[in-house]
Design a binder for this molecule. Structure first.
Ligand SMILES: Nc1ncnc2c1ncn2[C@@H]1O[C@H](COP(=O)(O)OP(=O)(O)OP(=O)(O)O)[C@@H](O)[C@H]1O
Length: 365
């Protein structure tokens, strides 16, 4: 990127400027972002420190084999969907998650729900989470009713409990006769209705809602928002991803703004929405080629990101003890949650297995 474009894309009200795209927790605290403080003295429900997600971009067979043979040293192209996100969420918080397409919102929510493993970082969740996403969680070949049973069983409900509430779930979904049809025949709005109805009847501690309300019709969305308000009144913790800023404003108290794999801002919804709107306005007035360069530079930074950069940032964090820092850094260094011992055991186990197969083939007949 040339210096001219660099200057042009220097963002307004951004204390970090273009060359400091990462906001470590320590800086967030110095900036006094309200989302980092527990105003209500409520117990901590979800705590994330330097959560990363590294995606493999290589898809050729050679690249896959190389990665399996040498997982610590692969030349495969990487893409960091999350570059070390830190946040605290307290009981009863209703947290909106906003950001442009591809910024990492679904990645974060899938990690929170357990549907996706983080690459590294420290994540503590107190309670049972339930992910509601239009795009997964439902089995295409099963009918709506069968999906209700399956998901309820997976959540630990007994057959009696399922029988007691299956009609309520079905009624709430407003799917009528379609409830007996395979889900593969559903529109995205119908999937959303079914998924939402199942999730709200499971009464989870922590609800994670990923764009599920953006595809339904308006009357259902209103009904769903009212249901969520009941959850909010009951003190549940809710994460709510939406591109509909009106819904975020109406329903959430705090908002996380995720931008190209980073937590750009986290605080009270009113403040963060205003910052996001200011940024969007600023971005929209850029020339097309400057927009392209801006996005390309940030995507490139997601390609180029590495564990060393993360380690340097963790070292600067004044809010972690040395022991905590060491633990997070050690996890990063070996690629995710696996420690050196885990890797060693995995290799030893594989070696013994291969030896046993060979021994059987040559001596066992
Ligand atoms: N399995 C994958 N392999 C490689 N890259 C991926 C994978 N899943 C997501 N990504 C990339 O990670 C980034 C974050 O994706 P994610 O779906 O979390 O974004 P998002 O903020 O939810 O986007 P949207 O608003 O469009 O739903 C994107 O650039 C995406 O292309």
């Amino acid at each position: 990127m040339t210096e001219d474009i660099k200057k042009a894309v220097y963002e307004p009200n951004d204390p970090r400027g273009l060359d400091e795209p990462f906001l470590p927790v320590s800086v967030a605290k110095q900036l006094d972002l309200p989302g980092n403080h527990n105003n209500s003295e409520a117990p901590l429900k979800v705590s994330g420190r330097y959560i990363t997600k590294e995606y493999d971009m290589g898809t050729s067979r050679n690249e896959k084999i190389q990665a399996i043979l040498n997982p610590l040293k692969s030349d495969k192209e990487k893409f960091w969907g999350l570059k070390g996100i830190s946040f605290d969420v307290f009981e009863g918080d209703v947290v909106g998650v906003i950001g442009v397409n591809g910024s990492g919102k679904s990645t974060l929510l899938n990690i929170l729900s357990g549907a996706l493993a983080e690459t590294s970082g420290r994540l503590k969740i107190k309670g049972q989470t339930s992910l509601l996403s239009v795009w997964d969680g439902l089995r295409d070949n099963l009918t709506g009713l069968e999906n209700i049973r399956l998901k309820s069983l997976m959540m630990g409900l007994s057959n009696k409990e399922i029988d007691d509430q299956i009609d309520d779930i079905s009624d709430f979904s407003e799917l009528g006769k379609f409830i007996k049809q395979p889900v593969k025949n559903y529109s995205s709005g119908m999937r959303s209705k079914l998924g939402f109805s199942i999730a709200v009847h499971q009464d989870p501690d922590i609800m994670i809602i990923d764009e599920a309300l953006s595809v339904g019709d308006q009357t259902f969305t209103r009904k769903a928002l009212n249901k969520m308000k009941e959850f909010k009144a009951a003190g549940k913790t809710i994460f709510f991803v939406s591109h509909a800023l009106g819904q975020i404003e109406e329903f959430t108290d705090k908002t996380m703004w995720i931008q190209y794999g980073e937590l750009r801002a986290y605080g009270d919804t009113e403040t963060i929405l205003q910052e996001y709107k200011d940024w969007t306005k600023w971005y929209n007035q850029l020339d097309d080629d400057v927009k392209k360069s801006y996005v390309a530079a940030r995507k490139q930074a997601q390609n180029d990101f590495n564990r060393q950069q993360l380690t340097e940032r963790i070292a600067l964090d004044q809010h972690l003890t040395n022991t905590e820092k060491k633990k997070i850094v050690r996890d990063n260094a070996v690629g995710g949650r696996l420690s050196w011992w885990n890797w060693l055991l995995a290799f030893a186990g594989t070696g013994i297995l291969i030896y046993a197969v060979y021994a059987y083939m040559y001596f066992g007949r």
